[in-house]
Design a protein around this ligand. Structure first.
Ligand SMILES: CC(=O)SCCNC(=O)CCNC(=O)[C@H](O)C(C)(C)COP(=O)(O)OP(=O)(O)OC[C@H]1O[C@@H](n2cnc3c(N)ncnc32)[C@H](O)[C@@H]1OP(=O)(O)O
Ligand SMILES: O=C([O-])CC(=O)C(=O)O
Length: 379
């Protein structure tokens, strides 16, 4: 009997599994990397567009004109209130449950308020209606989780404000300063999409079985929770707290290296010369540092980055600046990855549709390494 030996690509590293027109990540071995959403550099989108415009771009392929944007915003604002059934599910769960567990449950519960369609009944319009409702309602879910954790009275989502400003107002109350809203919006635009990362790939795997939209997104939330992926923005705060002060950074990094520890917020599967999104997010963080006078945090941030790059050659990824930025905005650390979900639902949706429209079941092979053929004892 001949044994077939497959070439094993652990972690699918370097494997191109499909095409995509949603975004491109260019990461040369030397020189700067680049991220384009449907052809537009993400830095330009972050500088010039609202999150709603970026949502439209990712889902429809083009930036909206004024009329299209107004209609999109109107439809989004009209759906911000959570269905009673979803509120009941969320409020029945422990207040101190991890917010990612609550968000994952909320996505699934929102999905259960929609009818299940046979695969042949599924349409692009219906999926995008589900996606728009989820995008509109995630701010209510996350604001509710944050305020319940703090024992604060819940606030309704205002409909006279854009998605970012309405979310921040519902989370923190009162008028949120425009520079804080802008820093938050930049983070959302940077987090919105990143090709075949683990959570997006998860959404595509689930979609490839012809499962529904909310099943794909619920699974993607689960994949994002892990600290090697979206959970790193939460875990970065542990690194900053452990190091404590800038003068301790070099010694801490040397010890982490000796202990072969993974330092959260550094390294990337694709970017090896630096994450193209980091400078834009660092500039947003700097605005918040200036506003809050937290120069100690900025010094600590820089000291860890320098020590890591010098000792390991690893560069920060987007989670490194976004973690402290969310802390300075006033979110609990456990809320950081749910914020990532709120943005990445845009990219997941675009990929779900791309997968549906040119589907091939995703089912790789494995190389078996267990015992050879054997007989059950006594037979
Ligand atoms: C928005 C995002 O999701 S970005 C990613 C967020 N995740 C993190 O910040 C978690 C920390 N980073 C990591 O664990 C990794 O860099 C990953 C998982 C992101 C990428 O990992 P991979 O592509 O598999 O890189 P790989 O593990 O091959 O790393 C190459 C080498 O660098 C080391 N390395 C990579 N990242 C780190 C890190 N953050 N800290 C310490 N060492 C690291 C690895 O141990 C490995 O060393 P070795 O060759 O001696 O074994
Ligand atoms: O692409 C990746 O592997 C992780 C990442 O940066 C993202 O999802 O934004």
């Amino acid at each position: 009997m001949s044994t077939i030996v497959h070439e094993v690509k652990r972690g699918l590293a370097g494997v191109v599994v499909d095409t995509t027109a949603v975004s491109s990540v260019t990461a040369p071995a030397t020189g700067p990397s680049e991220l384009l959403y449907r052809g537009y550099p993400v830095q330009d989108l972050a500088a010039r567009c609202s999150l709603e415009e970026v949502a439209y771009l990712l889902w429809y392929g083009e930036l909206p004109d004024a009329r299209q944007l107004a209609a999109f915003e109107r439809a989004e604002r009209a759906q911000r209130e959570l269905p009673d059934a979803v509120v009941a599910v969320l409020d029945a769960l422990p207040v101190q449950a991890h917010p990612m567990d609550l968000v994952r449950t909320a996505v699934s519960a929102i999905g259960a308020t929609w009818p299940t369609l046979a695969p042949e009944e599924r349409t692009r319009e219906d999926d995008l209606a589900r996606a728009l409702q989820l995008f509109a309602q995630l701010p209510a879910v996350v604001a509710r989780i944050q305020r319940r954790r703090r024992g604060l009275e819940l606030l309704p989502l205002r409909t006279d404000l854009g998605w970012c400003a309405a979310f921040l107002a519902a989370t923190f109350g009162g008028e949120v300063a425009p520079e804080v809203v802008r820093a938050f919006e930049v983070s959302m635009i940077l987090y919105a999409e990143h090709s075949f990362n683990a959570s997006t790939f998860t959404a595509r795997v689930v979609t490839s079985t012809l499962a529904d939209y909310h099943s794909a997104i619920t699974a993607a939330v689960g994949a994002l929770k892990g600290p090697l992926h979206g959970g790193a923005n939460e875990a970065v705060m542990g690194v900053l707290a452990e190091v404590g002060t800038a003068d301790r950074a070099a010694g801490w990094v040397a010890r982490a290296r000796a202990e072969k520890r993974t330092v959260m917020g550094f390294g990337h599967r694709v970017y090896k010369t630096g994450d193209s999104r980091v400078p834009t997010m660092k500039a947003a963080l700097d605005v918040l540092v200036e506003r809050e006078g937290r120069y100690d945090l900025a010094e600590l941030y820089d000291a860890i980055e320098s020590a890591m790059t010098e000792a390991t050659g690893l560069h920060p990824n987007l989670d490194y600046p976004s973690g402290p930025a969310y802390a300075l905005m006033g979110f609990d650390t456990e809320l950081f990855t749910p914020l990532f979900v709120m943005a990445r639902v845009l990219g997941w949706t675009a990929h779900v549709r791309e997968q549906v429209e040119a589907n091939a079941l995703i089912r790789p092979l494995s190389e078996y390494t267990g015992p050879g053929r054997r007989t059950i004892a006594g037979n």
